[in-house]
Design a protein around this ligand. Structure first.
Ligand code: FMN
Length: 357
């Protein structure tokens, strides 16, 4: 057993949040593998005026407070999304609130946006950039649990973090903040988008980052159509599909399967990929989509690309497979693209929707 497999096995003996804190601590002490070799040019993709060296990103929730952006990028991710970040610090729900469902390669979490708040995250990101930090960073925006003015909360975080972000995400899909997912309703979402866009153009009048919306896998068809309409109106420049699910597939086996919270990992793959395909169809391939939910292999990643994802993210599979998964997915993606005769990643995006794709 190599060092990382051993470390992973030991970490999985600990309570998930303790293991996670230790992982972030270790990453900042250079325990991670050294900088990976260059990515195959086939994996490059340009979106929103940014060049992604590969499409595989780290999903929100792993580095909520922007503590380890540099070391995480050095694992080989093409981009890292930090957050969810709220205006003020908050403690989140009582522990335990993260549960491994090992038999299902899944996790249930109900953390509820615990974090240091926007000022601390902005300080860390500024320090990282000023120290010469390079790489693409998305910032996931949230609201405080006790806030009664959601648009003002999202706008505050957007204004504070926009200078350090390659894209911003309006997260209206976490299941652990009461009332949050109702903000996916068209009128509510439009109000938030308007407030955030205003804050961004005030902070950065000319070169504001693109605005994305992260959606839940549990949306009704009417909600899906509404969100597609908002995206097609040009008010937002991309969608992230999807967050965790409140559904509990009947075949779950892990002893924690009845815990409340959002389910991620393998049991989320089918529903999140189906929603990705639906959103690609509803937006007629015109809006860049980030596919996330249950990616645990190159085949999963490639299926998301063919369903309509221009970029990909993962979280849960990293808990079970460790950082070796990142090069494995990238290598397998290159092989799949070559096998199917694609000369760029962009050509494969949405291929399943084309008659001879
Ligand atoms: C422990 C944990 C915490 C998470 N926290 C957040 C969060 O703060 N904001 C967010 O948008 N998504 C959060 N997510 C959801 C992930 O970003 C991702 O959408 C979801 O886990 C599906 O991907 P996966 O199956 O690869 O894990 C979290 C997921 C996990 C497992």
């Amino acid at each position: 057993m190599d060092g990382f497999r051993l470390a992973g096995a030991l970490l999985r003996c600990l309570d998930p949040e303790t293991a996670h804190r230790l992982t972030l601590w270790g990453l900042n002490r250079n325990w991670a593998p050294s900088a990976p070799t260059a990515d195959d040019p086939l994996l490059r993709i340009r979106l929103w005026g940014r060049d992604f060296r590969n499409p595989l990103g780290l999903a929100a929730g792993f580095d909520k407070d922007a503590r380890a952006v540099g070391p995480l990028l050095a694992l080989g991710f093409g981009f890292v999304e930090v957050g969810t970040i709220t205006p003020r610090p908050q403690a989140g729900n009582p522990r335990p609130r993260v549960f491994r469902l090992t038999e299902d390669a899944a996790v249930i979490n109900r953390i509820g946006f615990a974090g240091d708040g926007m000022a601390a995250a902005a300080t860390r990101l500024r320090a990282w950039r000023e120290a010469g930090g390079e790489g693409l960073v998305g910032v996931n925006l949230g609201k405080n649990r006790d806030s009664t003015d959601a648009p003002a909360d999202y706008a505050a975080v957007a204004g504070a973090l926009a200078p350090y972000a390659d894209y911003l995400v309006i997260n209206v899909s976490s299941p652990n903040t009461p009332g949050l997912r109702a903000l996916q309703d068209r009128r509510a979402l439009e109000r938030i988008v308007e407030a955030v866009a205003g804050a961004v153009s005030k902070a950065l009048p000319r070169r504001g980052p693109p605005l994305l919306v992260k959606i839940a896998p549990d949306l009704t068809e009417a909600d899906q159509a509404d969100i597609a309409a908002v995206a097609l109106s040009g008010a937002v420049q991309g969608l992230i599909v999807s967050n965790t699910t409140v559904a509990r597939p009947a075949d779950l086996r892990g002893r924690h399967k009845a815990q409340a919270g959002g389910l991620s990992g393998r049991p989320l793959f089918a529903s999140s990929t189906a929603l990705l395909a639906d959103m690609y169809r509803l937006t007629r391939g015109k809006v860049p989509l980030i596919g996330v939910g249950g990616i645990a292999s190159a085949a999963d990643a490639y299926a998301k690309v063919r369903a309509g994802a221009s970029l990909l993210q993962l979280y849960t599979a990293l808990i079970y497979q460790g950082p070796a998964l990142i090069p494995a997915i990238k290598d397998g993606l290159v092989q799949a693209l070559r096998r199917d005769g694609f000369t760029s990643l962009a050509d494969a995006v949405g291929a399943d929707h084309r008659p001879h794709g």
